[in-house]
Design a protein around this ligand. Structure first.
Ligand code: SF4
Length: 437
């Protein structure tokens, strides 16, 4: 079989190990420029770029020569599996809603609901294992998603069970947290789960306006905080707490961080803040992405760090592995076994790229379905402004380890050592639990 031939749902094995190429970023620093390469973070002098942020060609050549940027090896196949497309909450901003609740309540119509059977879980992992073999990968990163995946705990257990012998390297769960009892958290951790992402919308008074029970509209802050504290005490799970930022909650987020620090071990929690966009289904974020909001984001992240939480070190923009490889290095499998390029589109019939049984559809039919448009330019500029300040904060407070080197007074590139693994792209804002980072 040639290296380009399609085989029942994927591209055939290549002798060349797969790599991924991120997009480097250049951000202004307090003393020059931060260069966020795919491999290294580099602190450059002030003359390394012009006022418009264009790198000096000689500096760019130095960066390339030092290997700060370039393709990075892909070590594991990225499998996202929706154990169910149903949810017990009725958040107005959920991208899985198909419109606002016509009665103005907590039951917006959603994508069709289904739950993953044990047989589909088995076939999901077998599908991923076949793609891994084709790509020459022997490790699997599993993401359990939904809807609310814990509405189908058996599906979560099944996927972890089947993935275990297939090179499971990491397993994470995205959940609204309301169903995560200590017993279930212990079971899933015992089966290989390592981390859980949970979204908050502020303190109780703001969170309970948005993240409400679908059945009756009640708020979920108290039950979430109780679940978080007990599951954290009962397991070694790590937590990624995403705080959606909107006009509703911006004035209470320092207090929220203080409340969280009393409930969980901050050292096991990564905090991130994200702007929630209007998805056209009944929720509008009116926050201006201005200098004041940049100050607030930096202030919240700084406060989180001071309270001992982990915060993500800004990095180069890494492509979504499944979408950018057109299913070769990752895929999203919905609860009924339909395949998608992105979790945001799962459950939308016009976005499907195939099924577990038939494999990927002909590329000509699905070429536009693998990748999204990405953040709009204004959101990207806002994110850059925050990340530049965050890097300065991390550097000034000794949190970049080892610290980036000071700029060369000649303005030439001064490569710093890597400051740890390059993380996923920083928070881009989209709504819903399973959404984009
Ligand atoms: S945002 Fe998450 S918790 Fe809210 S309705 Fe959507 S899937 Fe459920």
């Amino acid at each position: 079989m040639s290296s380009t031939q399609q085989s029942g749902g994927g591209t055939a094995t290549s002798a060349v190990p797969p790599t991924s190429t991120s997009t480097p970023r250049l951000l202004p620093s307090a003393s020059g420029w931060w260069y966020l390469g795919g491999r290294r973070l580099v602190l450059l002098g002030p003359a390394a770029a012009d006022a418009a942020g264009r790198l000096d060609p000689a500096v760019e050549r130095q960066l390339l020569a030092t290997g700060a940027h370039g393709p990075t090896p892909v070590r594991a196949y990225a499998l996202t599996a929706l154990t169910t497309t149903a949810c017990n909450l009725g958040c107005a901003y959920c991208f899985q809603n198909t419109g606002p609740d016509p009665r103005g309540g907590s039951q917006p119509p959603r994508i069709d609901g289904s739950a993953m059977s044990r047989q589909t879980a088995r076939e999901t992992v077998e599908f991923a294992a076949a793609r891994m073999a084709e790509a020459g990968l022997d490790a699997l990163d599993l993401h359990l998603s939904g809807g609310e995946p814990l509405l189908n705990p058996a599906g979560c257990r099944d996927l972890l069970e089947f993935a275990g012998p297939r090179g499971l390297r990491s397993a994470r769960l995205t959940s609204n947290g309301t169903l995560l009892t200590p017993t279930l958290a212990g079971e899933l951790a015992g089966a290989g789960l390592r981390s859980v992402r949970i979204t908050l919308d502020g303190r109780r008074e703001e969170h309970d306006l948005i993240r409400v029970r679908r059945s009756g509209g009640e708020g979920t802050f108290d039950v979430l905080m109780a679940r978080l504290a007990k599951a954290s005490a009962a397991t070694e799970l790590r937590w990624e707490l995403r705080v959606n930022v909107s006009q509703h909650n911006r004035d209470g987020l320092h207090a929220l961080l203080d409340q969280l620090a009393e409930r969980v071990d901050p050292d096991r929690c990564q905090i991130m803040f994200a702007l929630v966009n209007d998805t056209g289904v009944g929720y509008r974020n009116t926050l201006a992405r201005d200098a004041d909001l940049v100050d607030r984001f930096v202030g919240w992240l700084g406060h989180a760090a001071e309270r001992g939480f982990r915060i993500r070190r800004p990095a180069a923009t890494r492509p979504d592995l499944g979408g950018s490889s057109r299913g070769r290095l990752g895929v999203v499998v919905s609860a009924d076994g339909t395949l998608y390029g992105r979790v945001e589109t799962a459950g939308r019939p016009d976005a499907a790229v195939g099924t577990l049984h038939t494999g990927y559809r002909p590329e000509a039919e699905i070429a536009g379905r693998w990748r999204g448009a990405g953040p709009d330019p204004a959101l990207r500029a806002f994110r850059d402004a925050v990340d530049a300040r965050v890097l300065d904060f991390l550097h000034a407070t000794g949190r970049l380890d080892p610290p980036a080197q000071l700029p060369d007074p000649t303005g030439s590139a001064t490569p710093a050592k890597p400051v740890g693994p390059v993380g996923p792209a920083p928070a881009a804002g989209l709504s819903a639990c399973g959404g984009r980072r």
